[in-house]
Design a protein around this ligand. Structure first.
Ligand code: ACO
Length: 383
């Protein structure tokens, strides 16, 4: 039996911090309303040079450093995002290139705020099946790019960032133990960014509030979120053969502090053991679970052997949870100066490797054209 262990982790949030007071100059809101109704005080917002892929690359580099895994040995990159850089190419391929992961397959996965839990489940299944030995699983979002900055019911909630984990297959029991995923597309209307092939690209679609910005029925999502957290936590704990009280720490999607408080009551589980960094980061959609997990780890809230429940819920509607038996403390992942320098070198080679690939492709193309021209000339047909 193979197990999927989390052997590395990395986080990135853009440096620009936006406070509730600042937002009160943008929309009709107050620090008091946002704090009381959501628990959010600040969020990090992407600058002009921050994109989903670039934030993910920064988080991915950190994760590879912690795992001390050569990017050239990485086999799979899965990027959970609902704010990809482009509709095509996929963001994961940009990340794979940026990391110098020259032997990895790469794909995006969109399950909105549940995306990371979905991606972790897929990555785990790939490793447990024996098809892959390792995977980089990332949740990354540039939510600020799909916000309607005149809509106070959504723009105060979201932030940007990326969190990544390295999964490695091991024989020792532990790591990601059980997962469940769910979906109810009948609630698709409750959370929407109307951009895609159903929406003809026409200037009229971009005006009068019809642009590709987030629309959310907050109350509906609130009800769905509390119900889901309760149900999926009980199901996944039962699947893993443990009681809810045996979960040492719950890392839920960070949407609203009141959702977490309601879920704690419904689960009869202490709110202090439901981790929250909402106050500082707001809702970063697919990035929120890995960012919260890494904060919890850095704050000493997560130890080797602990049972950790990660829960996602959001657009789709989708939901999911993974129970993880945590493997390493940060102290176990400190490498010698020699190993750190070697890893830094491997990561630094990503840029030149990418350029070398582009130049090689250009040379191949020139060579092809030259051979075609030669063949035409030999046939006596110079055109
Ligand atoms: N500042 C001031 N007032 C506001 C603001 C604001 N930022 N936003 C809404 N209000 C007003 C409303 O207009 C309304 O006023 P009215 O009574 O005069 O009409 C009043 O506050 C109450 O509005 P509600 O929508 O009932 O507020 P509620 O307490 O439900 O909070 C919120 C809204 C924060 C959106 C909440 O419903 C929520 O957190 N929902 C869940 C969101 C979520 O979980 N999303 C996760 C998935 S996200 C994803 O998948 C990408």
């Amino acid at each position: 039996m193979r197990y999927a262990h989390i052997t590395g982790w990395g986080a990135y949030v853009p440096p620009r911090v936006v406070t509730n007071d600042e937002l009160s100059h943008v929309v009709d809101t107050t620090d008091e309303w946002i704090t009381e109704r959501t628990g959010i005080k600040t969020r990090h917002i992407a600058g002009a040079d921050d994109h989903t892929s670039t934030m993910a690359i920064k988080a991915g580099r950190e994760a590879l450093k912690v795992a001390n895994l050569d990017p050239a040995k990485l086999e799979l990159v899965i990027c959970a995002t609902s704010t990809p850089d482009y509709l095509m190419p996929n963001t994961a391929s940009l990340i794979q290139d940026g990391l110098g992961a020259s032997h990895a397959g790469a794909f995006d996965l969109n399950a909105a705020c549940s995306g990371f839990v979905y991606a972790l489940t897929v990555g785990t299944a790939m490793l447990r099946s024996g098809l892959y030995r390792n995977a980089l699983v990332i949740g990354a979002e540039a939510m600020s790019r799909v916000m309607d900055w005149t809509d106070r019911t959504t723009c105060v909630l979201f932030g940007d960032g990326a969190g990544a984990v390295v999964l490695e297959a091991r024989d020792e029991p532990g790591g990601v133990m059980s997962c469940r995923l769910g979906s109810d597309g009948s609630g698709a209307e409750f959370l929407k960014v109307p951009l895609g092939t159903r929406i003809p690209i026409h200037p009229l679609n971009m005006v009068n509030g019809n642009g590709p910005t987030m629309k959310m029925a907050g109350n509906e999502v609130f009800r769905f979120a509390t119900k889901t957290m309760n149900q999926v936590t009980r199901q996944v704990a039962a699947d893993a053969g443990i009681a809810v009280d045996d979960i040492d720490l719950i890392i839920p999607h960070q949407a609203n502090q009141r959702i977490l408080a309601t879920a704690a009551k419904q689960l009869d589980y202490p709110l202090e053991r439901i981790y929250s960094n909402l106050e500082r980061l707001g809702n970063t959609s697919a990035a929120s679970v890995p960012l919260a997990m890494i904060d919890a780890l850095n704050e000493g809230r997560l130890h080797a052997g602990d049972h950790l429940m990660m829960i996602g819920f959001g657009g789709g509607l989708t939901w999911g949870a993974c129970l993880v038996q945590w493997t390493y403390s940060p102290a176990d992942r400190r490498w010698s100066p020699y190993k750190r320098a070697r890893q830094a070198l491997r990561l630094a080679l990503a840029g030149p490797r990418s350029w070398a690939g582009r130049i090689e492709r250009r040379l191949d193309f020139w060579e092809l054209r030259r051979r075609r021209a030669d063949r035409r000339r030999d046939r006596g047909n110079p055109t």
